[in-house]
Design a protein around this ligand. Structure first.
Ligand code: PXP
Length: 238
């Protein structure tokens, strides 16, 4: 059965909207673990738009599950990972102007550089995953480069519906089989929500699903009424 990695970047997005101290993603990681998260994922972006350096180092000290650091394979991030020693690093492509990670890594054009980056992380006993589109070519390159895991990009699956979504699901299933045959552990994520997650979770040998936006959106939906009630009570009592 697949495990659940909870991505808490969006908690930090709310904090950074005011550049203040709340909500603190470190506290929310604790709550996510109480709810059953099997790992905590954060993406430390070059522009630090949400998660900050302070967050990743505090999370490393405080979480009781596993820390999955998403990052671009830049020299700056490789140095941070080496100091932080997360349980996993997931290498992702990163563009300053994007709203969220668009598309998987292009492994083919970066084989030599990525071999060095993966080797550098593995020397510190960090397991390394590649966020890739569900394509045979990308899976074969993941093996060649030396990744331990892959994370299949489910963004396209999440956007499609009907027979088109079914086709994309078959592509993800076939990619999972191919990767397993090559000895790679398979995770998946992006765009998974309360309506579509079961189709991906029921794939044989799916290791972990990384989910962020829909969980944080749901937290707002089920928590807002109570938080308004508490504020109203403070204002109206006495
Ligand atoms: N996996 C990766 C590699 C991601 O970049 C993201 C988005 O930060 C996710 C999973 C989670 O996607 P979502 O927020 O749509 O659940």
């Amino acid at each position: 059965m697949a495990t659940l990695g909870v991505n808490i970047d969006h908690i930090a997005n709310v904090r950074q909207a005011r550049k203040t101290v709340e909500p603190d993603p470190v506290q929310f990681a604790f709550l996510a673990e109480l709810g059953g998260a099997d790992s905590i994922t954060v993406h430390l972006r070059e522009d630090r738009r949400h998660i900050q350096d302070r967050d990743v180092f505090l999370l490393k000290e405080t979480i009781k599950t596993k820390l999955n650091l998403e990052m671009a394979a830049t020299e700056e991030m490789l140095e941070i990972a080496k100091k932080l020693l997360p349980d996993y690093v997931t290498l992702v492509p990163e563009k300053r102007e994007e709203v969220t990670t668009e598309g998987g890594l292009d492994l083919k054009s970066n084989v030599q550089y990525l071999k060095k980056a993966v080797g550098y992380l593995k020397d510190s006993n960090i397991k390394v995953s590649a966020f890739i589109d569900p394509l045979d070519e990308q899976i074969n390159y993941s093996k060649e480069i030396g990744f331990d895991f892959i994370e299949l990009h489910t963004g396209k699956f999440a956007e499609l519906s009907g027979s088109e979504q079914y086709k994309e699901l078959q592509r993800i299933i076939e990619s999972t089989h191919l990767a397993n045959d090559l000895g790679l552990v398979v995770n998946a994520g992006h765009g998974l929500n309360y309506n579509n997650v079961k189709k991906i979770a029921s794939i044989n040998n799916m290791n972990e699903l990384n989910i962020g936006h829909s969980i944080v959106a749901r937290a707002l939906a089920i928590g807002l009424e109570k938080s308004v009630r508490e504020m109203k009570s403070l204002i109206t009592s006495n």
